[in-house]
Each structure stands twice: as C-alpha cells, then as structure tokens.
Design a protein around this ligand. Structure first.
Ligand code: ATP
Ligand code: MG
Length: 417
C-alpha cells in the first residue's frame, strides 16, 4: 500500500525542524498575546464557498468536497481563516471581548498538481486577529512573520505588500479594471473570460503566462484608494520602515481569496524556485459580518509550513540526535538488570537504550557508537558477579567502576551533571 498522490509521510528523520518551528512559533505568538485554537478539518462546503469566494481557484477546482451519508456537502478545510471566523461567530466571542488573537497549526487540503513545495495535504501555521482596525496591527502581523523567520535563521525573504482597498474604493477600481479587460479580451484565457462578470479581480491573479503579459499595464487598486485606505496603507509602510522590516510594494499582488480588504501581503523566497511564497496574509474587514457576526475587522496570515521546512533544510545542518547512555549487557541476568535500570533512568530524563537480542560485546559497542551514546555502561557477567559495572565516558574514554547498590541515582548524578 502507498500514500495517495500529493499526500506524504513526514518521517522521524525530518521531524526535528518541524518541532523547532512549532516551538518558536508558539513561543512568539504567545508573547504577542495570541491564544491557540483548534478547529475541525471538516466543515460544511458552504463555509468555504461563501468566504473564499465561488469564482476562486480554491473553490472552483482545489477543494476536497464530498457528500456525507445524509447528503450534507462537506469539505476538507483548504485554509484556516474561514473556520476560525466561523468559530468566532458561532461562540459569540465578540460579545464578551471583540478583540481576539488566535493561532493554529495543522493540515490543509487542496487538490492541486503535486510537485516540490506543493502537496494535496500540506500544513499551515496560521494567525488571526479580530476586532482591531488600526494599521498598526497590519504592521505587527508582518513584523511577527519577519521576526519568526529571523529566529529560524532565514534572511533571504522579502515581504511584498499591497493595499486592495475597501468597499468604498472598490467600485471605482472595478469599473476601470473592467474597461481595461474589455480592451484585452482576445488575449485572455477562457477561465479569465468567464470570471469577467463574476469576479474580475480574480483575473489579476491568473497564473497563465499569456494573461500575465496582457495584464502588465492593468489598473492597480493602489491608484484608486479612498483617503482612509491611503492613510491606512501609509501607516503600515511607515511603521514597517521604522521597525526595519524590508518590504516591496507590489501593485499587482491580489492574492487568491476574495475576502481580502486593504493590506495584503506575501513573503517570498528565492530559494524555492516556482513555489516562491512561504506565507501570505491580509486584512478581511467584511468577513465576520459576511458569516453572520457583527461588523468586525479582521486580519490574518498563513505560513506554508512544508515550504518553510524545505527552505530551512537548505540552510540548517541536520539536527544530530544523541543518546545519554547505552547499556552493554552480556548474559540473561545482566539484560534483566539493565532493563530495570533503563526504565528508571528513562523516567528520570536520562535517555537510555539497551539491546535485547543477545549480541556480542563488539556488536553492542558498535550499536552504542551508531546511537551516538555519550556514556556506555558495561554490565558483563564477571563485573556483575562482584556487584560492579563499568561506566565509560565516550568523549574522554575515561572509565570508572561503580557498585550496583545505588547505581541509578549515581548515574543520574554523573550524566546530568
Ligand atoms: P500559491 O500561489 O503558491 O498557490 P496560495 O496563494 O494558494 O499559494 P495561500 O492560500 O496564501 O497560498 O496559503 C498560504 C501559504 O500556504 C502559501 O504561501 C504557501 O506557502 C502555502 N501553500 C499553499 N498551497 C500549498 C500547497 N498545495 N502545498 C504546500 N504549501 C502550500
Ligand atoms: Mg494556490
């Protein structure tokens, strides 16, 4: 049996980096006042269709959707924001305190063409803030991303930012965009033509080369911002500069989801080839109301965890796992004693291994080497007959003889020193 296409195992050999990122992220989020939230992987299809948008790539072709036995239409979550907004509204969190900050880490599902950095089950690290309209929060979200990547040793990343405006400035922009698109009609792909009535903004995110070329001079949201949006974006740029966060204003960045308003951004890397975005985010001031809550501003980002790990693999040497102690036990009595000591040591935080297969001294020493044991305890029949064992420090090769009477506490003292 094999995993299905686009799905993969993350094996113990590579889990070290995943755990390192999880720890750093949780630590950082907590310092900035974020609380962890866990949400289901399965939701009603309608949730994603309504929030991400009917005429988006995700909803049109990437979702894993199926009918439950009672005919309910269900979807494996392709992203986290919609579910977290659903949770915020469902539990009326706004009633006691509209200002909430959440983070979550978990798998997402999109039926895309699998390739390096693109899987059908992939992982995201996600953060969302509700109830704050201030541009300082937009800056802070990008600042947090920047800080996390810095702590993980990633420097070659750049933040591409744009402002998508608000319902106030959208109509004027859309009119000017439609006029432009009309003039390029014969160069656009079928998908774009179909979206012209439904969702013209999506055309700006088309990945087809021909369309991209036709759209180089397309009008930008930045040229149509209302004074309030302009002000908001200026504050974001000014504070990012003050904080020393590098960014590039990217007038053509629109992102693939419909709910974004005002600030939107992507963090790109040059080290991943075509799959260059390691994180993306934006403001979504209309989404909480759209999903049945009171008008509440929102903003969030998602980091592509798989891609992040792939970038880290290129710069971090593999994490070396080592063992505190290996017990070379020769003969049945020795094995049983070694087994009992090992459990006692393990529960006291001393990582200890032994071998139950009755191997020779030479084979066991080899195994100790392979496991990179810092100490080896030699419990041979002769030593044990005198109630003694030998402890060898593998770095210094120094050897001491110990009595077995208070062996475990003594070993803990030496090894944990
Ligand atoms: P892309 O343009 O690469 O398809 P996206 O805009 O669809 O990305 P988002 O919805 O913004 O991606 O998701 C946030 C992040 O999740 C992306 O920046 C990327 O790092 C990661 N991501 C998205 N889709 C996948 C996937 N299929 N496999 C692995 N990571 C992914
Ligand atoms: Mg995508």
């Amino acid at each position: 049996m094999q995993t299905i296409r686009g799905f993969r195992d993350i094996l113990p050999e590579t889990i070290g980096l995943w755990q390192k990122v999880e720890k750093e992220a949780a630590h950082l989020f907590e310092a900035f006042g974020f609380k962890e939230i866990r949400i289901p992987v399965l939701e009603k299809t309608e949730l994603f269709a309504r929030s991400i948008g009917e005429a988006t790539d995700i909803v049109e072709k990437e979702m894993y959707t199926f009918s439950d036995r009672n005919e309910d239409k269900l979807t494996l979550r392709p992203e986290a924001t919609a579910s977290i907004v659903r949770s915020y509204v469902q539990h009326k969190m706004y009633a006691s305190d509209p200002v909430r900050k959440f983070f979550m880490i978990g798998p997402m599902f999109r039926r895309e063409r699998p390739q390096k950095g693109r899987y059908r089950q992939f992982y995201q690290i996600d953060a969302e803030v509700f109830g704050i309209e201030s541009a300082y929060i937009d800056s802070q979200m990008i600042f947090i991303l920047n800080e996390l990547f810095k702590r993980l040793g990633l420097a070659e990343l750049s933040a591409h930012i744009n402002s998508l405006g608000c319902p106030e400035c959208r109509p004027k922009f859309q009119a000017s965009l439609l006029q432009f698109l009309e003039s390029k009609k014969e160069r656009l792909c079928e998908n774009c033509l179909r979206r012209m009535d439904k969702n013209p903004l999506r055309i700006l995110d088309c990945k087809v080369l021909e369309c991209k070329e036709a759209l180089t001079d397309a009008p930008a949201t930045l040229d149509h911002l209302c004074p309030a949006c302009m002000n908001h974006f200026e504050t974001v740029k000014r504070t990012l500069s003050e904080q020393g966060v590098d960014f590039i204003v990217d007038r053509s960045l629109v992102r693939g989801l419909d709910y974004y308003t005002r600030t939107a951004w992507e963090i790109q890397t040059t080290t991943l080839g075509a799959q260059s975005a390691v994180a993306g985010g934006g403001r979504y001031d209309g989404l909480v109301a759209e999903l049945g809550g009171p008008p509440t501003p929102g903003i969030g980002f998602a980091i592509g965890f798989d891609r992040l790990v792939e970038v880290m693999e290129q710069i971090t040497p593999p994490l070396e796992k080592s063992l505190d102690l290996f017990i070379v036990s020769l003969g049945d009595t020795a094995v049983e004693k070694a087994y009992l000591w090992s459990c006692d040591l393990n529960r006291n935080g001393v990582s200890t291994e032994l071998d139950f297969r009755g191997k020779s001294m030479k084979a066991l020493m080899k195994r100790a080497d392979k496991l990179k044991a810092k100490y080896v305890l030699i419990a041979g029949e002769n030593e044990l007959a005198q109630n003694r064992v030998l402890l060898r420090n593998m770095t210094t090769t120094e050897q001491v003889s110990l009595t077995i009477e208070h062996l475990v506490p003594e070993l803990i003292g030496i090894i944990k020193k």
